[in-house]
Every structure is written in C-alpha cells, then in structure tokens.
Ligand binder design. Sequence first.
Ligand SMILES: C[S@@+](CC[C@H](N)C(=O)[O-])C[C@H]1O[C@@H](n2cnc3c(N)ncnc32)[C@H](O)[C@@H]1O
Length: 212
Amino acid sequence: LSKDNQFSPDLFQRLFYSKTNEKTVVAKLLRENFLDRKFNKALDIGAGPGEITNILAQHADALTIVEANTFYENTLRNKFPRANVIIGDVRTTELDSDFNFILLNQVLYFFPANEWLTICGNLRNKLSSGGELLIILNDHHCGDLRKIFASNFNRLKPHLTWDYMPLDQFASALTKGGATLSVVPYSYEVTYESLGETITALEAIYFGVSAS
Ligand SMILES: C[S@@+](CC[C@H](N)C(=O)[O-])C[C@H]1O[C@@H](n2cnc3c(N)ncnc32)[C@H](O)[C@@H]1O
C-alpha cells in the first residue's frame, strides 16, 4: 500500500470524472437553486478546475476562491480574473468574513473526519447574518461502494487518502452546533466498461492503492 496525500488531478480525470455525470448533475441542481439569486460576497473552497465555481461566479458580485493545489492556480486565475484566488490550505488561510454564500463541493473527504465539524464551524463564522454554507458530499456510508470496502475500512484507513463520516451523524452534529439544515439528496452515475477498469479505479481512486 502506498499513501499519497496529493489529490491527483490527472488520475481523477481519467478514472473518475470521464466516467461519471456527477458534475452535470450537481451543476443542474446548483443552477436551479441559484436561479436569480445574487450574492454580494461568495467563497468557494477547494475549487479544483473551477467548473462548478463558474456557476457560483455568475451569481456573485465578489468571489474568493481557496484552492490548495498549485496545479489549478493558472486555470483559476485565467478563468476568474476578477476573483480573489488564494492558493493555500483552507485550515490555515486568513479569510475575510461576511460571506453571503460559501461553497464546499466535494472537499471534506480530504480532511480527517474528526476535523470536519471544526472546519465547517470556522466557515460558518465567516458567514454574514442569514448567509448560507452549502456542503456537497457523497454518502460513503451506504450503497454499493460501502459494501465493497466496509469490511476492510478500519484496516485500510491509515493508508487511505480520504476520510468520511456517516452523513446522518454529520448532519446531527451540525444541527447540535446550532445550524439550520436543509438537505437535498442527489444521485449520479459512474460507469466503467469492464471489471478490469472497475478494479483499477477502485484501487487508485477509492483506496488510493498504487500497483507499485
Ligand atoms: C474533488 S476536488 C473538487 C473540486 C471542485 N470543488 C469541484 O467540485 O469541481 C477537491 C478539491 O479540494 C482541494 N483541497 C483539498 N484539500 C484542501 C485544503 N486543505 N484547502 C483547500 N483546498 C483543498 C483539492 O486540491 C481539490 O482541488
């Protein structure tokens, strides 16, 4: 087993994003949710290549982007010339406050689950009154993927590049912290052509195991 803490954009593109309609589904939901809403000040954490950021940008007068991976720096600066692009770890970045909208799309897995509530609590503190924090996450605690790795999860955990918390537990902890929650379930498809391709993707993406 090898542990690689870096999110590998090429690997994800080849073994996940090119095989799924995830971004299309999320983009549609966001467009429906935003409609004619306008945010004075918005923040996107872990923007990656900025595809989903692009939707938020169309509804934000001022946009701040925090992305840890320097791989995306030029792309983000070119795509969003008016945005404040910060390349850094959200946990150590000095952030402004009074955001009307904060987006955390498919990012929390990159942090140990025991940090999720602190990170979300800190982001909530950066919201304006009536502001909204949108957290988009897969539920790793149910479904076929869970069946595949459940029996080995604890053994593999120290080697995995990602972590998760059952979403019902996460939601209830957020509510106890005083947040008002609105939950919108969604699903998307991932299609692999063969068993070999499926196993390669499971190893590389979900387990973070390299063949070497
Ligand atoms: C799965 S991608 C999601 C990208 C984008 N939000 C989207 O949905 O298209 C997760 C992103 O979070 C970024 N990330 C991981 N840890 C981070 C951290 N500590 N601070 C800021 N960004 C981080 C990764 O570099 C990666 O670009």
